[in-house]
Write a protein that binds this ligand. Structure first.
Ligand SMILES: C=CC1=C(C)c2cc3[nH]c(cc4nc(cc5[nH]c(cc1n2)c(C)c5CCC(=O)O)C(CCC(=O)O)=C4C)c(C)c3C=C
Ligand code: FE2
Ligand code: FE2
Length: 352
């Protein structure tokens, strides 16, 4: 790293792989179908046994959802491609200017894949990779599946490579400072409420990934400390919210936490973003600011589901001014945080 005085103890070449969720190749229905097939057949996303998962995904969801999702993707697609991928590429380019190890990107689903990203690094002589899952909070459908996939690919195709994984960073001061600053800059002067809308997960996922069996998806997620917090997505969402509002000096009464993007008939974490947006106007919230801190890059779920659909829901429910606060995207202060978190892990390699 350019700012790092420590010398590596070996001659191994290091590199960085930034990993995000991924998008379809294009907005055509077959490409969206192929993407959703790979995504939803992941056992850490729809966690039913293979037969029941295939029945639901291939037998039901893939018959109707691809056409609807393709229309939604068309509303956010840019000349350069999917916002999620374009923004991740911009982040990569900015980070590359700050560090002197190669930086590549890989997506958990579709292209450019994690395998392609590792291959690019290996082609540049890299044997030790810092892999950064770009999710602030831990979930089995995000961080865990990225690590599982990367390990599978490493064992199969790159057994000579070592990978050091960056852990969820929801409680890191540098991230909270960065998010709070970014929100502060974009908050409108007058707002009645600030809504934190996180991507939801089925409640079952939280129980399933709690090795301590102590999370009851109730008050324990808001407690300052509980053994389950390391793997509790719900706690980590509350923690980000509390830390940010403390930094911003906002009263709790002005803040809401909700969960968006549910799929299927399972019970997902509540309260739901869409239902809240439909009702807050009626209880006096006329001017609303909304932010989505489960995402570090704007994507379909923020640009369409929140900025477009969410705005309609809010206005339909009697709200007047809807203000969407963009994700960190390729803001310089966020690039700096990514650089610092990567540096820490590169230094871990130096220590061993
Ligand atoms: C930010 C963290 C995310 C979690 C947690 C997550 C869980 C999760 N998602 C689905 C189903 C869908 N998600 C879709 C899009 C999507 N999801 C995330 C992130 C998380 N998902 C992102 C960044 C995106 C946008 C991708 C893009 O190309 O912009 C979609 C596809 C779009 C659609 O058809 O609506 C689905 C489906 C489940 C089932 C789940 C946890 C169980
Ligand atoms: Fe919890
Ligand atoms: Fe999702």
């Amino acid at each position: 790293m350019k700012t790092n005085n420590q010398q590596p103890t070996t001659n191994n070449q290091k590199g960085i792989l930034l990993v995000n969720l991924g998008s379809p190749r294009s907005t055509s229905v077959p490409d969206v179908k192929e993407y959703l097939d790979e995504f939803l057949m992941d056992e850490r996303v729809i966690d039913y046994r293979w037969f029941f998962r295939a029945l639901l995904v291939k037998g039901i969801i893939l018959n109707t959802r691809p056409a609807k999702s393709a229309e939604a993707y068309k509303t956010v697609w840019t000349d350069e491609g999917s916002p999620l991928i374009v923004i991740t590429q911009k982040l990569q380019k900015k980070l590359q200017k700050l560090v002197d190890v190669p930086v590549e990107i890989g997506m958990r689903y579709a292209q450019p894949s994690i395998e392609a990203g590792i291959q690019k690094l290996v082609n540049q002589g890299v044997t030790e990779i810092v892999l950064f899952p770009l999710y602030p909070q831990y979930a089995m459908s995000t961080t865990e599946t990225v690590i599982e996939k990367a390990e599978e690919v490493r064992k199969k195709s790159f057994p000579q490579v070592r990978i050091n994984y960056i852990q969820p960073f929801y409680n890191r001061d540098i991230y909270i400072d960065c998010l709070a600053e970014s929100i502060k800059e974009k908050l409108p002067e007058n707002f009645d409420a600030l809504q934190f809308s996180y991507h939801g997960v089925p409640e079952r996922h939280i129980y399933k990934t709690d090795p301590t069996n102590t999370c009851n998806l109730n008050d324990c997620c808001s407690r300052e400390s509980n053994p389950s917090h390391q793997f509790c997505y719900r706690h980590q969402c509350f923690d980000v919210t509390n830390s940010v509002i403390k930094k911003l000096g906002l009263p709790k009464e002005k803040v809401m936490v909700t969960f968006q993007s549910r799929l299927g008939k399972d019970k997902w974490m509540e309260p739901y973003t869409d239902e809240t947006l439909e009702t807050v106007g009626k209880i006096g919230v006329k001017n609303l600011a909304i932010v989505c801190p489960a995402f570090v890059a704007d994507c379909l779920e923020t640009l369409e589901e929140i900025s477009v659909e969410g705005k309609h829901q809010f206005e339909h429910g009697g709200g007047e001014n809807f203000h969407y606060i963009p994700c960190l995207n390729d803001e310089d202060r966020w690039v700096d945080v990514v650089k610092k978190l990567c540096e820490e892990k590169l230094n871990d390699f130096y220590r061993v």
